[in-house]
Design a protein around this ligand. Structure first.
Ligand SMILES: N[C@@H]1[C@@H](O)[C@H](O)[C@@H](COP(=O)(O)O)O[C@@H]1O
Length: 269
């Protein structure tokens, strides 16, 4: 697993966006051979999405032959609810770029048969040829997508009950009212994320420092589902300085040293 440590959030976001564009351009996607991206919501990827929009506006990239799959969605929130992940994605990314609407996939948390929706989602990913690059964030409890502690590390897309902790953490988006945070969500599984060709996790701020330690320095453990990244052949964690606060000094020095060159410049676009 790689760990790229940036001086601050803006630098991390810029690097991530350039990396994504670099990968899309390298793949030179066509309608027959599209590039497939897995995408997260939350505050961590907002900077990356802003930078992607900027790169698009600067004419550096087109998303015409890109297919996206979002990680998760709350159950029961209308799509036009400002806190639904549908709304978030359109607001932060999709309406600003040239991706055709039919190439955007987000689990439908209002589907009449939620189980069927999850099976269909997995099928759609397969039909698209699998996910090339899955972007993610982590929760304070180390969850990836909505794979809460104790989730099977080989899980697939399914309905999950959110922990009280996660609902309290996400209450900040619902006027601080935990009762308004949905109790369940549809989420890709840890196994779904691990099937991607590459996985890149964005981590920002001191609140994630403990989860960072569990993900990077401790063993693979279903109580910290993002630790599964250790078993991925192409896993990478991008973080700011604050997120490293609970890592050993030696770990931080090691990663800064081996990533010196990668950190010294932006991926070519
Ligand atoms: N389901 C999402 C996760 O995919 C996300 O990684 C996490 C962290 O959010 P933030 O980036 O706002 O800290 O929030 C939610 O729980």
């Amino acid at each position: 697993m790689r760990n790229l440590i940036f001086p601050d959030y803006d630098k991390m976001s810029k690097w991530m966006a350039h990396y994504i564009v670099h990968k899309i351009k390298k793949a030179n996607p066509t309608s027959d051979r599209p590039y497939v991206l897995g995408l997260p919501t939350g505050s961590s990827p907002v900077g990356t999405y802003k930078e992607l929009v900027k790169l698009y506006n600067d004419g550096k990239v087109s998303f015409r032959n890109v297919i996206t799959f979002n990680m998760d969605e709350y159950v029961g929130l209308p799509e036009d609810h400002p806190q639904s992940y549908h709304y978030f994605m359109w607001d932060n990314l999709f309406r600003h770029i040239d991706i055709p609407q039919e190439q955007i996939n987000i689990p439908d948390g209002n589907a009449p048969d939620l189980q069927q929706e999850c099976w269909n989602y997995e099928e759609k990913i397969k039909e698209a040829g699998g996910i090339d690059l899955f972007l993610g964030g982590i929760g304070e409890d180390g969850h990836i997508a909505f794979n809460e502690p104790g989730s099977s590390l080989s899980s697939r897309t399914r309905l999950k009950t959110l922990t009280y902790d996660t609902r309290v953490t996400n209450a900040r988006f619902f006027d601080g009212d935990v009762d308004r945070v949905p109790k369940t969500a549809l989420t890709v599984g840890v196994g779904t994320v691990m099937d991607a060709g590459e996985v890149a996790i964005l981590v920002k701020g001191i609140k994630k420092a403990r989860a960072m330690r569990m993900m990077i320095e401790e063993g693979v453990n279903h109580m910290w589902t993002s630790s599964m990244l250790q078993l991925h052949p192409h896993g990478m964690v991008l973080c700011d300085e604050e997120a490293t606060m609970e890592l050993k000094v030696g770990t931080v020095k090691y990663f800064k040293d081996i990533e010196r060159e990668a950190l010294s410049k932006l991926p070519e676009v």
